[in-house]
Ligand binder design. Structure first.
Ligand code: GLY
Length: 312
């Protein structure tokens, strides 16, 4: 029997100091929820799913309730799950489901597909009794105010190539912490899983899908471990960041080195800003980011550093 472990993140970006504690503590609570499942003998898949559900329901994070808004002021969510036996489930452009990660699990466990997008996600939710929500219910005041502020400044990020290649993370981030949440875990049986959920990025073009539901880009899991990315999806997709990190781990590189080398690769190749968390098959965990902040949660204690390695 192995020692079960979990690590979660609450989104890489630039987080205002007054909000840091809410992000940091939210990630810690989500990790505790996942760890409780693992400690009771539950599966890595259940642990990462429940950790992400907790963050989807926490309006601080950019996923589920509290998601960023599209250019036309609506919420469109993406979600993902994967297990080390190569099973995948993902949902994209989800507009009216309270916990999009539950839909990703439905795709994995009840369909022969990997990714379902758009209006059909609502029908899938109905078919499997997944709680729906009025799309306005996912919008929180803080995001609405931020959206209005950006619209007033005339920003059109997702159609402006100059902004996309900017090397200033604050150009493309919601100042309140921009991104995705994710979780990686290994259970007592040695099974490994990853889950992710996101509202994407502020002012994204309607219908835009980011890295989160793309296997190998935003997340990956296999027998060597699991990786969950967060940050600017367009850049993450270009280098298949999660698979890049996974391959380094599979080649035998220690997890801390693999996460840091992956971020260095992202910066060198596409000047991207992103962070990632990873767990290897021995339960070692690490994280790294090219952004000013990444709230990371591990059950052992509150994490206040943006880059590092957890106790073994
Ligand atoms: N990393 C989340 C997104 O770009 O959609």
């Amino acid at each position: 029997m192995r020692e079960a472990k979990i690590i979660v993140h609450g989104g890489a970006g630039t987080i205002r100091p007054r909000l840091w504690a809410a992000y940091r503590d939210g990630a810690h609570v989500a990790a505790l929820i996942g760890q409780q499942i693992l400690s009771q003998g539950g599966s890595a898949l259940d642990a990462v799913t429940e950790a992400v559900i907790n963050m989807e329901d926490n309006p601080v994070f950019n996923c589920g309730t509290g998601s960023c808004l599209t250019y036309d002021g609506r919420v469109e969510c993406d979600s993902f799950v994967m297990t080390d036996d190569m099973r995948i489930g993902a949902a994209a452009i989800v507009t009216n489901v309270k916990n999009p990660v539950k839909l990703a699990r439905v795709v994995m466990e009840h369909t022969v597909h990997n990714l379902i997008a758009g209006e059909a996600t609502g029908r899938l939710a109905d078919a499997y009794d997944i709680e729906k929500i009025d799309p306005h219910g996912l919008v929180v005041d803080r995001r609405r105010r931020r959206w209005q502020e950006m619209m007033d400044r005339g920003l059109e990020y997702m159609v402006d190539p100059e902004l996309e290649s900017s090397d200033d993370p604050t150009d493309l981030s919601d100042e309140d912490g921009m991104d995705t949440v994710g979780a990686c875990a290994i259970d007592r049986q040695g099974c490994i899983a990853v889950a992710g959920s996101t509202g994407g990025i502020m002012l994204k073009y309607p219908g835009r899908i980011g890295d989160t539901p793309m296997p190998g880009a935003g997340s990956y899991a296999g027998s060597a471990g699991a990786v969950a990315c967060t940050g600017h999806g367009e850049a993450i997709m270009r280098v298949c960041l999660a698979k890049h990190c996974y391959d380094l781990m599979e080649s035998g590189m220690p997890v801390q080195e693999a996460t840091q080398q992956s971020i260095d690769f992202l910066v060198q190749r596409v000047n991207g800003f992103a962070g990632l968390i990873a767990i290897d098959s021995k339960g070692s965990r690490a994280w790294s980011t090219s952004t000013p902040n990444i709230p990371v949660g591990i059950p052992e204690g509150v994490v206040d550093s943006s880059s590092g390695q957890s106790p073994a």
